[in-house]
Design a protein around this ligand. Sequence first.
Ligand code: PTJ
Length: 258
Amino acid sequence: MSDEPQIPVSPDDETEIPESHPRYESLLTRHRIEHGVDIGITSRQGLIAQGRGEAYDYLLGEQTIESADDAARAAAAHFLLADQPVVSVNGNVAALVPGEVVELADATGADIEVNLFNRTRERMEAIADHLREHGAEDVKGLAADGEIPGLDHARAKVDADGIGSADVVLVPLEDGDRAQALSAMGKTEVVIDLNPLSRSAQAASVPIVDNIIRAVPNITRHARELRDADEAELRAVVDSFDAETALEAAERAIRRGE
Ligand code: PTJ
């Protein structure tokens, strides 16, 4: 019999993956995505997206590199400075970090909005329910009474009082055209994407090149640390971050292991 752990069938059994396993985090992540597909919140394409992300994570050493930590701190400062920050949630995000998204929203006063590429009423509702089960009080996205100009697919549908009027939006794990369209609307965009060359990462004001399962709790940790900072301190954190430098550092880490 192999030494590999048996992958459990439900997140309730996550403890069946021994934490000592060298690929514990990766196995846990796969398991959550698989479960997300089983319960109808993650699309099958989400499995492919996860595989792509994993390859980059492997090359990063499955750790948060320094430039990603700087980016997470800048993201936290942006959230705390914002009038109306929103965390956008798709099927992968809902499967991987539902509770962590709720904690981030609580720590920063952000709204949570479901926004899907493969949008169906059933998936929208299942994701909103899943987030509520993890403690979310108000989940936006179902009104869909606003629109992001210049996009001809379902991701253009937003809530007018959510992403539609937000000044800072966290956009994790997606392809780049919405990221670019949100930038064109003048919004500050924080992107989480393990691929520093993706269009979303390239379009972001703050690209966080890290696995979402590490990045979201890390933004929350920084937000809690910065909670008592005044506006000048928060602006200094924002101003000291340079997106291009962070993307170059991530690419070097991936290509050359630096
Ligand atoms: O739920 P839906 O219908 O909105 O669809 C969501 C997916 C993810 C299927 C859709 O947005 C998609 O196809 O995305 P892409 O074009 O595959 O892009 C996903 C990006 O996220 C890629 O650049 C991956 O490298 C990256 N990625 C994947 N998993 C992770 C990740 N980045 C951070 N953490 C991860 N765990």
